[in-house]
Design a protein around this ligand. Structure first.
Ligand code: SF4
Length: 363
C-alpha cells in the first residue's frame, strides 16, 4: 500500500492499516499496544497531533511524530439546502476540490462520499464526468470525509454511500484501505450493512471487492439494451451489460444481500414502458432491488426529467411483476448536491456549520 510520504519523509498515518502502523513503529517497544492506542486517538477521538495522545509516553509520541503525519482535508465551504441536505466542499493538500453530501432522511443520516478528484468514466448524464480524472483520492482523504463531518454532528452518521465524485472501484486499493477504516471497530466502526459501494460495473474489481469485504453493492445500470447503455455509459464498450449482469448473478455477495441497481430515468432515453418490460427481464432470477432516479435537469445537458406520472407507471410496472423497486427522492437540488451534479462548484460562502452544530472545527 502506498504510504504517501511528504517531502520530509513522514508517512500518511491515516492511509495505513493498523498492521502497517505496527510494522512501521517496530522497535519503539510494545508496538501493538502503542499502534492501537494512536490509531484509536486518530479515528475515534479525532486527534490532530501526536502531542495530544497523553496516554502514550512522550519519547514514543515524538518518535511517531517523526515517522508520520496526520492529514486533514481543509473545509472550504458548507452549503445547506432547504430540504436539510448539506454539501461540503473540501480542498486537498495539493489544492484539488472534492465534495461530500450529508442527507437526512427520517432516522437515517446518510453521507455520500467522493473517491476521486473528477472521474474517468464519462457517463453522459453526469457533471462530474465532465471534469475527467484528476487523481485518485488517498485512503486518508476518503476516510477523512466521514471523520471530519462526524466531528460537527451531535447525531450519528448512520449510512455511508460511495456515490460522490468518482468511480470507487477505479481507485480499488485506496477504496479497500479506506473501507477497512470505515468498518474497523477501533476506527470509524460502521456496520458492513450500512456501507454501500456504487459502481458503473468494473466487473473484475466488483468480483475482487465481493471476495474481500461484505459491503453493499450498487450497480449503476441506466439502460435496458446494450446499445442504449453504450450511448450513456462508455464503460459498456469494455464490459458489456450482459457481462455485468452475469457477474452480478454470481458474486459471492449474492448469498447475503440484494444488489441495488441504480437507474437514472431520462425522458425519451430509457423511460419507455418497453424499457420497464426489458428491465423486468434483466432482473429475473437476481436478488436485486431497483432504485429509480428521475434525472436532475441542468442547463449543460439536453436531457429531460421524465414526468412524475411516467416514473410512477414505470415503478408500478416493475413492482407488479415482482421486482423490488423504489424511487429516489431528489435531495439538495437547490445546492447542486443531487445525483450527477457534483463537481460544479458554484461560488459559495463558508458558513459556521461546524461551530453551529458543535464546537469542533473540521480543519
Ligand atoms: S456517474 Fe459516477 S462513474 Fe459516471 S461519470 Fe459520474 S461520477 Fe463517474
Amino acid at each position: 500500500m502506498p504510504r504517501y510520504p511528504r517531502a520530509d519523509g513522514r508517512l500518511d498515518f491515516k492511509s495505513l492499516t493498523l498492521d502497517e502502523i505496527e510494522a512501521e513503529i517496530a522497535g519503539l517497544g510494545s508496538e501493538k499496544f502503542r499502534a492501537l492506542t494512536a490509531y484509536k486517538w486518530v479515528w475515534q477521538r479525532g486527534a490532530r497531533t501526536f502531542a495530544e495522545m497523553k496516554n502514550i509516553a512522550t519519547p514514543v509520541r515524538v518518535a511517531m511524530d517523526e515517522k508520520f503525519y496526520i492529514g486533514w482535508l481543509e473545509c472550504e465551504g458548507v452549503i445547506e439546502s432547504a430540504d436539510g441536505t448539506t454539501k461540503f466542499l473540501w480542498k486537498t493538500d495539493d489544492g484539488y476540490q472534492i465534495e461530500s453530501v450529508l442527507i437526512p432522511d427520517g432516522d437515517r443520516l446518510t453521507l455520500c462520499v467522493s473517491s476521486q478528484v473528477g472521474c474517468a468514466m464519462a457517463c453522459t448524464f453526469c457533471l462530474t464526468g465532465d471534469l475527467g480524472l484528476k487523481r485518485h483520492l488517498r485512503p486518508s482523504e476518503i476516510a477523512n470525509q466521514p471523520l471530519q463531518i462526524k466531528a460537527g454532528l451531535d447525531t450519528r452518521i448512520t449510512n455511508v454511500v460511495m456515490m460522490g465524485m468518482g468511480e470507487p472501484l477505479h481507485n480499488f486499493d485506496n477504496l479497500v484501505a479506506a473501507l477497512r477504516t470505515y468498518l474497523a471497530e477501533d476506527a470509524l466502526g460502521f456496520s458492513h450493512r450500512k456501507v454501500t459501494v456504487s459502481t458503473v460495473g468494473l466487473v473484475p474489481a466488483m468480483q475482487k471487492l465481493a471476495e474481500l469485504l461484505r459491503v453493499n453493492l450498487a450497480v449503476s445500470l441506466n439502460a435496458t439494451t446494450e446499445e442504449q447503455r453504450r450511448a450513456v455509459m462508455p464503460i459498456t464498450r469494455k464490459h458489456s451489460m450482459a457481462e455485468l449482469l452475469e457477474a452480478c448473478r454470481t458474486l459471492p455477495i449474492m448469498q447475503h444481500k440484494r444488489i441495488t441497481f441504480e437507474y437514472v430515468m431520462m425522458g425519451g432515453v430509457n423511460d419507455s414502458m418497453d424499457d420497464a418490460a426489458r428491465l423486468v427481464d434483466l432482473m429475473a432470477g437476481m436478488k436485486a432491488k431497483v432504485n429509480l432516479i428521475p434525472y436532475n435537469e441542468n442547463p449543460s445537458r439536453d436531457i429531460r426529467r421524465p414526468s412524475d406520472e411516467r416514473v410512477h407507471d414505470f415503478q408500478t410496472f416493475l413492482v407488479h411483476r415482482g421486482v423490488q423497486c423504489s424511487v429516489r427522492s431528489t435531495r439538495g437540488i437547490d445546492i447542486s448536491a443531487a445525483c450527477g451534479q457534483l463537481g460544479k462548484a458554484d461560488p459559495r460562502s463558508a458558513t459556521d456549520w461546524f461551530s453551529r452544530n458543535r464546537t469542533a472545527s473540521p480543519a
